[in-house]
Design a protein around this ligand. Structure first.
Ligand code: ATP
Ligand code: MG
Length: 388
């Protein structure tokens, strides 16, 4: 029995004239996700994606898991291919049903017939396949309202397909179809989730990480690489820019008011990330900030950090509770890495009583005690790039 993967395009089906370019990106992304398993044939016809391989897909479960992480796909299933005649459809449906049976006791058959020339209509196909299964499998009955397994028969132009239940796809828009953005990636729970959410909307990601040796160690840096690698299941080919942040933090600590430390530090992060975004042709910054979560995430603090950026700052978590963010981080498997206990540069020198409503004027007075340009340029000189 030959199996392929059938998938349904997500939101991109709503696109008009430019739909082809979204489909092209999606096909490229699926092929790339599958490339460790060989070269696959991927085609889209009428919003259905056909994923096949010359000589058959040897490891279909592994291929399926990979396609499940490709953005732009609403749903997917493994499907058995059969000839377009009732005998072969029935035989294949029975074999496939037995394979997917598990502990199921009830089933129903559904049918879609896009080739209207086929000699039986959908109700006839359902009736024939259903009675064939009933005749050949013991202890099984039909339940049209709440079946344990639904067997779907699709009669299309070139072949017929039999499959059981669809699984949910990754959703969103094809990765890279919305432009490029630079993610400020810490070792925490929030920023990987923020990156995932924007990648899901089609943004190609690069990441910037600030580290502060000797206050933060090699393990903290490694942790961020591991997080970026996890994200790369969804966002392949990411570049991670590491920026040494020690001098900036020490200079702020030494020269500026303690209760403004965090906001001034965050303004340096924005200056640096903004420049890296500019140089790497990204059009937005992404952070994992959520309103009110900490002192630097109040409206006034956010306004004060935003005003420095030439690019829009996207904060997909702004309206989410921590619990909701954690649920996503578990789903994308970054949670276990995020909770490893290595210090992030953000927590180094954190003031005990940060000001929650700083004014821009007082910040600027403090910043003028520093040689901002020199600090920024020194930090930019330390940038190293890791190709994930
Ligand atoms: P996270 O869990 O993502 O670390 P957080 O709740 O700890 O977030 P903050 O430490 O205030 O919040 O950081 C807010 C955002 O600033 C982060 O989500 C991230 O986008 C960015 N950020 C913080 N620290 C770093 C860092 N060391 N390198 C790069 N970006 C950082
Ligand atoms: Mg953090």
């Amino acid at each position: 029995m030959k199996e392929i993967i059938l998938a349904k395009c997500g939101e991109l089906v709503l696109k008009g004239l430019n739909r082809m370019s979204f489909e092209k990106t999606l096909i490229k992304n699926i092929k790339q996700a599958l490339s460790p398993l060989g070269e696959f044939d991927v085609a889209i016809m009428q919003s259905t994606i056909y994923i096949d391989k010359d000589g058959g897909i040897e490891n279909i479960d592994a291929a399926f898991e990979r396609v499940k992480r490709v953005f732009g796909i609403a749903a997917l299933c493994k499907a058995a291919v059969c000839q377009k005649n009732m005998a072969d459809i029935k035989k294949t449906a029975l074999l496939y049903f037995l394979k997917s049976l598990g502990t199921a006791k009830t089933f129903k058959v559904m049918s879609k017939r896009s080739d209207k020339r086929f000699e039986y209509n959908s109700p006839q196909i359902c009736a024939q396949v259903g009675s064939y299964i009933l005749k050949n499998v013991e202890n099984i009955s039909v339940d049209v309202h709440n079946p344990d397994v639904t067997v779907t028969v699709e009669v299309r132009d070139f072949a017929a397909y039999v499959h059981c239940d669809n699984e949910q796809g990754a959703g969103g828009m094809p990765y890279g179809s919305s432009g490029k953005a630079c993610l400020l990636l810490s070792g925490g729970i929030d920023s990987p989730v923020a990156g995932y959410m924007m990648a899901k909307r089609g943004l190609l990601l690069s990441a910037v990480h600030f580290y502060s040796p000797p206050y933060t160690g090699e393990l903290a840096k490694q942790k961020v690489v591991s997080l970026a690698k996890r994200l790369s299941d969804y966002c392949p080919g990411m570049e991670l820019y590491n920026v040494r942040f020690t001098e900036i933090q020490e200079q702020i600590k030494k020269n500026c008011k303690d209760d403004l430390f965090t906001v001034i530090m965050r303004r340096f992060m924005v200056r640096l990330a903004d420049e890296i975004a500019f140089r790497s042709h990204a059009n937005a910054l992404i952070t994992g900030e959520s309103l009110g979560q900490v002192a630097s995430q109040t409206l006034s603090a956010l306004n004060i950090t935003d005003e420095l950026s030439r690019h829009i700052v996207l904060r997909p978590l702004i309206g989410m509770d921590k619990e909701e963010i954690v649920a996503v981080s578990r789903k994308i498997d970054t949670f276990d890495i995020s909770v490893l206990p290595y210090e992030d540069c953000c927590t180094v020198f954190t003031p005990r009583h940060p000001k929650t409503r700083p004014s821009l004027e007082e910040i600027i007075i403090e910043e003028n005690k520093l040689d901002i340009e020199k600090l920024v340029n020194n930090a930019l000189d330390t940038v190293t790039v890791v190709q994930i």
